[in-house]
Design a protein around this ligand. Structure first.
Ligand SMILES: C[S@@+](CC[C@H](N)C(=O)[O-])C[C@H]1O[C@@H](n2cnc3c(N)ncnc32)[C@H](O)[C@@H]1O
Length: 247
């Protein structure tokens, strides 16, 4: 039996209030352009002709990239404001669905996707076992899951922790690039709690990467480049759906 989790998504209100600001900052943020995105994209398998789901698609930059690489793309996001922006950006080139990734993914049939990608979204979900079990169901055999997420040693998250091994909800303050700081509620979890649920739900881990800033970052933002070398902000993971019996 599939487990359900009927809690209201923690990100819903924040993204209702800050969607436009968030998108404006993120489209050009050095932390995304020169750090998280290049690392995540390097972990992707070939996507041409593949069915790909962007889980937590936001305003759709990753969907747009995947489409440009020849993928057949669906995106899902819980925030109506984000869904609206993604639909406006992508028109009929992608199927954008409004749904909660913390619930069973009833919009997708078994083995509907070759690849699920998720950029900086999973830290809004408390129970990753529910999510990974659903991703396992909707992936083909040998399908891949690639995601980026808050690093357990992200300086702000680590500073606010009460107990390293517990999964803790805290307000993450975003200030760089914003007119006034915004607080986003996030779950910080240990490295074990990031990786263990993958094995428990039938995935094999193929890669775990701590991003490092690119040379462009050094050129355009030497101060940020230096900061990113001192401490990681995010973690990127690639896993494959494990086929029982070694198929
Ligand atoms: C940090 S933004 C990242 C958006 C996009 N992946 C990007 O890279 O720009 C996180 C996104 O996750 C979405 N999100 C948060 N919780 C969610 C949930 N429970 N189900 C679906 N989407 C969720 C938010 O609405 C938001 O668009």
């Amino acid at each position: 039996m599939r487990r359900t989790n009927s809690e209201e998504p923690i990100a819903l209100h924040a993204y209702k209030d800050y969607a436009e600001q968030y998108v404006n900052v993120n489209e050009i943020s050095p932390f995304r352009l020169y750090y998280e995105r290049p690392t995540l994209l390097k972990l992707l398998p070939g996507v041409s002709g593949k069915h790909v789901l962007d889980a937590g698609c936001g305003s759709g930059w990753l969907c747009e990239y995947l489409i440009s690489q020849g993928a057949d793309v669906s995106g899902v996001d819980v925030a109506p404001e984000m869904v609206k922006m993604a639909r406006c950006r992508l028109g009929d080139t992608a199927n954008i669905i409004e749904a909660n990734l913390g619930e069973p993914l009833d919009f997708a049939k078994d083995a509907a996707f070759d690849l699920v990608v998720s950029s900086l979204t999973l830290h809004y979900l408390r129970d990753w076992r529910v999510f990974f079990a659903e991703i396992h169901r909707i992936l083909v055999d040998d399908g891949r899951l690639v995601f980026s997420v808050l690093h357990p040693f992200n300086p702000q998250a680590f500073k606010k922790r009460k107990e390293y091994y517990a999964t803790e909800l805290y307000d993450h303050r975003c200030s760089s690039g914003y007119d006034s700081p915004i607080d986003l509620p996030l779950y910080r979890r240990s490295l074990t709690e990031i990786l263990r649920p993958l094995g428990e739900t039938g995935f094999l881990i193929e890669g775990v990467v701590e991003p490092t800033p690119t040379e462009e970052c050094k050129k355009h933002h030497p101060d940020i480049h230096q900061r990113l070398l001192q401490c990681p902000l995010f973690l990127c993971v690639r896993a494959v759906k494990h086929c029982i019996g070694g198929k």
